[in-house]
Design a protein around this ligand. Sequence first.
Ligand code: ADP
Ligand code: MG
Length: 717
Amino acid sequence: MSNMTARAAAIAAIAARKSQDPSVNFVEESPETVFGANTFNLAVMKETLKPATYQAVVETVQNGAKLPEGVADEVAEAMKNWAVSRGATHFAHVFYPLTGTSAEKHDSFYDPGTDGRTNMSKFKGKTLIQGEPDASSFPSGGIRATHTARGYTAWDVTSPAFLMGNANGTTLCIPTSFVSWTGESLDTKTPLLKSMQALDKQARRILKLFGHQDVSRVAATAGPEQEYFLVDKMFYYARPDLLSAGRSLFGAASPKGQEFEDHYFGLIPDRVMAFMYEVDRELFKLGIPAKTRHNEVAPGQFEIAPLFESANLAADHQQLVMTVLKKTADKHGLVCLLHEKPFAGINGSGKHVNWSLGNATQGNLLDPGDTPHENAQFLVFAGAVIRAVDKFAPLLRASIASAGNDHRLGANEAPPAIISIYLGDQLADVFEQIKAGGATTSKQRGTLQIGVDVLPELPKDAGDRNRTSPFAFTGNRFEFRAVGSNMSISGPLIAMNTIVADSLEWMASKLEGAADLNKAIQSALKEVMDKHGRVIFNGNGYAEEWHAEAAERGLPNLKTSADALPALTAPEVVEVFEKYGVLSETELNSRYAILCEQYEKVVNVEAKLVAEIAQTKIFPAAASYAASLAEGVAKMKAAGVSSSTATLEKVAALVSQLESDLAMLHAVHDKAHEVGDWTFKVLPAMTKVRATVDELEGYLPDDVWPLPTYQEMLFIK
Ligand code: ADP
Ligand code: MG
């Protein structure tokens, strides 16, 4: 055992692993009893609040009404009693800082009593509504200096409080907004709520135009599909790159990769199934409607998708999904990798954000429906999306920019960095006909009179699927496929809601007061197609030809974060966010600064890891192997036996190559200042080191290779 590498020890331990005792039993604990059990949801509130108080909460949650004063005190008391009866000793305002993660600060429910004992403290409405974590350690992008650290968290009534804990205890978690002393938002939730409000207002204007009398609040809806990898914890700990960067910075391709296409939707390994059942159970407890689970394309890659919910709730739940995946994996001796590209050469992980808008009275507004009249309404909403996506393509690209996602986008397995819309053949055809105006044949002209004459009936599934499109219409919603697996979905949702609100307002201004609504719709949609139809692309987004064609169409191709992030502060972006009160110029500047800083920090850590691993693990192994080969050659020679020096020469050359690659990496790393330096100088220098190391992996004896290999990490479970 003593001279066993960490690798060999890991494999031995995994092989000896006993399967765990079951921790889930859906027979004794049925999903119905489990679902929402750890949330302070409307059902619990109905039981514990006075009817008037309960009604006020419902009004706020379902219709966006302001919560009347005084209500919070009663809710707080009921919430605390419920939580304490379930074993909670602490409460925490959970917030969503601009790092894209979740943050929480815990306080106990207990205060010292006058007699030296402890008392349950009064959990007043004020404590529920407002918290004050020290904001100074969270990125603000220059909004406030460290000495003006005040930040406030404000209770989000629309997202149920929940219980989280472990075997040792339970904490009541309260979702909140996080704002600075000066009122600027320091989080992802606040602008998301504001963007939903803007979308609601404009969508209702459109619905009124179609003669709807009863129009309830319109909410953006989101259903995020989460892709992830699972690797054994033993391997994870033996790979400093996975441990500190979440992705492998070295590793020659496994002899077997994903070429057999046998993993996608394949039989789920038993160990992973046990994990998945527990994940689902934990999500059910939190009221998260986990629905779909399956193997993904790459070996070791899986997916989970809950049912869609109102965007704000979906965003909070998505953060919890990531937490639960990681926590549960740990219990099963696995590590859940949420990085967008943990392994080179095989598929990376995305988070497909399915997005639509709808309400209780009219339903899903992106459902094409069956009747021409409803189709016209649908086409107005779909047309608004087309206009928005084309007009603000750089913003959408920027909303999914990160160091991790850069490795995935455009890598021939994920959508390219060019934002285009896949409509499917049927719908694309409808929009083409609209564009053709009063065209040639009467049949065609007939189909153009939307809502009056017969439109080509839209099938329920308006088209095929297209995995290569970053933004695809999938029957009754759009699927933003380019979002990264590790990101908060709030950024893309804020962008979508705001730019679609803007397009709906544009539509409303064209249609309101029009003498002939149908004519006005036709002309507005034609204008959308004339100006923005270029964004529609039904072909293969991975193909080289598309890149050329997109360039001809004038579509931006912002390949890296360095190219994309500046879009966040472009004048038209600032204008649209300010117009709808979603983000101010100051807030956008701060977000831009934070994202750049995050990007630089990520690449900086990775560069240091590359240098460290190559220098302290790979170089020693390779250099001593070269020395032992040289010794062997010398001995053979001394014995008068002819010996090939080819391997020795190759390994020796790679060793000195590694030294010069490392010297180059250090040189560019020392001088990196801006995002562009990290992208265009440091990353290529890291790739260069990697190429040499990966080549060495093919020469060094297996028993001295220090890092778990791709083959081992991807296939041993
Ligand atoms: P796919 O077949 O594309 O992989 P999945 O079934 O894995 O789809 O996920 C589709 C997601 O889209 C689910 O989360 C689903 O609830 C969501 N979805 C369905 N309808 C809507 C809608 N109207 N708005 C937002 N998301 C939706
Ligand atoms: Mg799916």
